[in-house]
Design a protein around this ligand. Structure first.
Ligand code: AKG
Length: 387
């Protein structure tokens, strides 16, 4: 790996201090972009074109007030339950109270761990070498745990509230407007950045398959919705370089070299309040710093692709599995969207459910009930799609 800035380790205070001017400047530039507001539709029921234009121009948009208060509480409670029942360390089957840890019934391990305030990925070949440059690490407090939960994988079978969020009619209408009516799922992951513990995620662009395609475009690797359960602040949030999703593969080591540190000059913080959600293009250059602030961030990611970009693709997943996304695979994985819509309908009967065109004739088969919980939802993430 071309690691142009050697690993630098600071005290947590030094790290927070080193960020202060960068944060001030970044906050100002983030607010100047004008890419934020509620999800709004025009008189014909289409997503307002100025929202779409801002998304395609900058590569992200902040949707305000996406969650109702009760939904936000449900989501926070579910995440708290998962953290309370986490294994006491990455190798244990028991939680800190000696109970069987949660999630043991699923085929894929739900908990991903990192050393507090570390950079687990930067400058390594992990994640297909997507994170070429190291971030500054910081020394956690003496009483900090050895490990912190960085991610939950497979949100939709771990936390029912996230399944209801998955069926959110406003967010799904945005997905349809950006990707077309036949949009398909990617995966669902929780990012947890506890104060004084949360590790960095080194600068990277998501997407591994289509960078050299003849028909590559700014939307070739889809997007993530990133719903925020607590405020997303400049000190704990994801930073992104506006417009970089349109530039193809970006030379990240050069940007870090030019900056003289991991604080890339053109990046802005993705700021918002609890209950807001970003749409973020997966091709945008983005990353997050060690959370040396006093505020936690919890982000629920749910990604989507244009169907044509995954149809019949054969890929090697990060865990080495080789999978072809044929019609059957896409159909089975997409059922999670329709089941999410039904789970939401049951909780919020006052809301008009989203019409998911690919499964419009299979609404009855995709009710949220004990049968689909067992036969479709459990271990659904073995069918995650990835490009
Ligand atoms: O939430 C974060 O800190 C990083 C998120 C990220 O890198 C991603 O979703 O690709």
């Amino acid at each position: 790996m071309n690691d142009v800035v050697a690993h630098i380790t600071l005290s947590a205070e030094e790290h927070a201090q080193s960020m202060s001017t960068y944060i001030e400047d970044g906050e100002r530039r983030a607010h100047e972009l004008g890419n934020r507001g509620p999800i709004r539709f025009d008189v014909d029921g289409n997503l307002e074109s100025r929202i779409l234009d801002a998304y395609w121009e900058h590569g992200f948009y902040v949707f305000e007030d996406v969650l109702r208060d009760s939904e936000l509480s449900d989501l926070r409670e579910d995440v708290a339950r998962m953290l309370d029942g986490a294994p006491r360390d990455p190798k244990s089957d028991l939680d800190t109270k000696g109970r069987q840890a949660l999630g043991r019934e699923f085929s894929r391990e739900p908990y991903r761990w990192a050393r507090p305030l570390s950079d687990p990925l930067g400058g390594t070949s992990k994640n297909k070498g997507r994170h070429p440059s190291a971030m500054h690490e910081a020394v956690p407090a003496q009483d900090a745990p050895k490990w912190t939960v960085q991610n939950l994988h497979g949100n939709l079978h771990l936390m029912e509230s996230t399944l209801r969020l998955y069926g959110h009619p406003g967010l799904l209408a945005v997905a349809e407007a950006v990707l077309g009516a036949d949009f398909v799922p990617y995966n669902e992951v929780t990012f947890i950045k506890e104060p004084g513990l949360g590790p960095s995620v080194a600068w990277h662009q998501d997407g591994t398959t289509h960078w050299d395609s003849d028909d590559w475009d700014a939307g070739a690797h889809g997007f993530n919705f990133m719903t925020q359960l607590y405020p997303s602040t400049a000190a704990n949030c994801v930073w992104a370089i506006p417009g970089s999703h349109k530039q193809g593969k970006v030379d990240i080591p050069q940007l870090v070299k030019d900056a003289g540190s991991d604080r890339i000059a053109s990046a802005v913080p993705m700021l918002c309040e609890a209950g807001d959600a970003f749409i973020m293009n997966r091709q945008i250059v983005h990353g997050s710093f060690a959370n040396t602030s006093s505020e936690r961030r919890v982000t629920l990611n749910a990604g989507f692709f244009p169907r044509k970009r995954i149809q019949d693709m054969t890929v090697t997943h990060l865990d080495g599995r080789v999978v072809t996304f044929d019609d059957h695979h896409i159909h089975e994985r997409s059922r999670m969207i329709q089941i999410g819509i039904d789970a939401r309908r049951q909780r919020y009967p006052d809301e008009a459910p989203f019409h998911y065109a690919p499964l419009a004739d299979e609404v009855e088969e995709n009710r949220w009930d004990a049968e689909t919980r067992r036969s479709v939802v459990k271990d659904y993430n073995l069918r995650d799609m990835y490009i």
